[in-house]
Design a protein around this ligand. Structure first.
Ligand code: SF4
Length: 184
């Protein structure tokens, strides 16, 4: 896996102050994507032991609420095995920190991935420029859903995280995602 950046005190991509890993590789090509520089799998830098140490140092800080994976798409087929291995370590080492993951795929098409056992929240779906709304929390367009992963796996259907001041009804069916602020 390759990556573009590690953000160490991010407030825009999940709850609290977070470490964000911006991975390389996305095959959704959303119009208006904030991070087209991350689309190429071969872009950025190798996510090597040094990068992992940098990320873990950040996650070890008491004021960091957790890890967010964005990009790019952490669920690009070429990233899935490495993301699963990374999350297994993160959950072992930092069991009280939350894990958020942004993907351009819809929840229904990725919910059975084994790596979901390590994820607390998925923000799903492609970024749709026509549905952009700057008032939205943690996502770029209103089709994207903020999904409570453990609850959704239990229920067998998408359960959204309730948001203060926002409608939480399921968005109508659509291609959905998006990203250095996650648009997807
Ligand atoms: S918005 Fe997200 S899913 Fe869409 S092209 Fe950009 S990185 Fe990929």
């Amino acid at each position: 896996m390759r990556y573009h950046n590690i953000t160490k005190d991010d407030m825009l991509n999940g709850e609290g102050l977070r470490a964000v890993l911006w991975v390389s590789g996305c095959n959704h090509y959303c119009k208006g994507c904030h991070n087209p520089v991350t689309w190429e799998l071969s872009g950025g830098l190798p996510f090597d032991e040094g990068a992992k140490e940098e990320l873990f140092d950040c996650l070890g800080k008491p004021y960091i609420s957790g890890l967010t994976l964005s990009g790019g798409d952490p669920l690009h087929p070429e990233n899935r095995a490495d993301v699963e291995a990374l999350l297994r370590e993160v959950v072992e080492l930092f069991p009280h920190k939350s894990v958020w993951l942004y993907t351009g795929y819809l929840w229904e098409s990725v919910m059975r991935l084994p790596l979901m056992r390590y994820v607390d929240v998925v923000v799903d779906g492609e970024y749709i420029e026509g549905l952009k709304d700057p008032k939205l929390h943690w996502r770029g367009s209103s089709n994207q859903r903020i999904i409570d992963v453990p609850r959704s796996l239990l229920l067998g259907e998408a359960a959204q995280v309730p948001l203060e001041g926002e409608e939480t009804a399921d968005a109508p069916g659509q291609e959905s995602s998006g990203g250095l602020q996650s648009t997807g």
